[in-house]
Design a protein around this ligand. Structure first.
Ligand code: MG
Length: 164
């Protein structure tokens, strides 16, 4: 059985914070304001995973009212999300991610993001796709107020036998 999920997130720039996207630190760029490290890519991905598994959303599992998640590395949230999916015998078939940002140029970081995310998703790197687009100056991303991310994932249910 296959299950599909989608996720979306957006955060406002916060110049005093480091920029982390897809688990990769992007040097010399303003970061994003958030309770956690502000990794919109991982947040969108977690929402897509939880959506596909019919487990609600990231805010339900990791509420920003909870001090445990303050400034947390979003990879920790991704790994905890994957634990919830593994408990339901769900594995990632593929993930397709789109980052919406007027700047910076992100393609030089895609390979690093892909390798990190594949590791946390327990899938081969060639099942994780990253894309980036501007909005040609339109809207909040175009005005450089923040960065948004979209994620789509496909999960498959595995039998007890082929589960590691
Ligand atoms: Mg978020």
């Amino acid at each position: 059985m296959f299950l599909i999920g989608q996720g979306m997130d957006a955060h406002r720039f916060a110049p005093d914070r480091p920029l982390v996207l897809g688990g990769v630190r992007i040097p010399d760029e303003p970061g994003l304001r958030a309770h956690s490290d502000g990794d919109v890519v991982i947040h969108a991905l977690c929402d897509a995973l939880l959506g596909a598994a019919t487990l609600g959303d990231i805010g339900r599992h990791f509420p920003d009212s909870d001090a445990r998640y303050r400034h947390i590395d979003s990879r920790v949230l991704l790994r905890q999300t994957m634990e919830k999916l593994r408990a339901r015998k769900l594995r990632v078939q593929n993930a397709d991610l789109t980052i919406i940002a007027q700047k910076p140029k992100l393609s030089p970081y895609f390979e690093a993001m892909r390798s990190i995310l594949a590791q946390d998703l327990s899938c081969p790197p060639n099942r994780v796709n990253l894309k980036a687009t501007t909005t040609e100056g339109m809207g909040f991303t175009g005005r450089k107020e923040g960065i948004a991310a979209l994620a789509v994932v496909l999960l498959r249910e595995v039998s007890q036998n082929d589960f590691p």
